[in-house]
Design a protein around this ligand. Structure first.
Ligand SMILES: [Zn+2]
Ligand SMILES: [Zn+2]
Length: 148
């Protein structure tokens, strides 16, 4: 598989646009972030390499990547959005509302439900997101100790 930056460049070229140096740097940084990140995280990392890149440039690049289908937004509640590279295999998320820990999980039952819903409603489902919020084991333990 071609590197993300080359794929993006290819699509932009096709649209008669080119990938700016700043955007290239943002995409390369993003690739090294792994997992789930927010735009501020990404901006901080990008700034280490080039402090002239503004937060709004990072926002615009993230939105472009989302629009092109390389990134997806993850609404983890309270207006907080994380991004991740679109995974090859669908997964869902358990989110700890205390420490922000995120656990990815796969769910065969969810897939079966999606298939059934798609059939019942005549929908073609192209993506889905299940976000379950709660307390992670560590926070549960800490909360229990605090209560004592
Ligand atoms: Zn937690
Ligand atoms: Zn994920």
């Amino acid at each position: 598989m071609k590197a993300l930056v080359e794929q993006v460049e290819g699509i932009l070229k096709f649209r008669g646009k080119r990938l700016t140096k700043q955007r290239r740097l943002i995409i390369e940084t993003l690739k090294n972030l792994q997992g789930h990140f927010d735009v501020q995280d990404l901006h901080r990392r990008v700034e280490e390499a080039d402090h002239r890149i503004s937060l709004s440039t990072v926002y615009r690049t993230v939105n472009l990547l989302k629009e092109l289908g390389f990134l997806r937004a993850l609404d983890i509640g309270e207006g907080y959005t994380l991004y991740e590279v679109v995974p090859e295999f669908e997964h869902h998320h358990l989110v700890c509302i205390r420490c922000g820990r995120i656990v990815e999980f796969h769910c065969e039952h969810c897939e079966a439900i999606h298939r059934r819903l798609a059939e019942n409603y005549g929908f073609e489902i192209v993506s889905s997101q299940v976000v379950l919020q709660g307390y992670c084991p560590k926070c549960r333990k800490e909360l229990n100790t605090e209560a004592l």
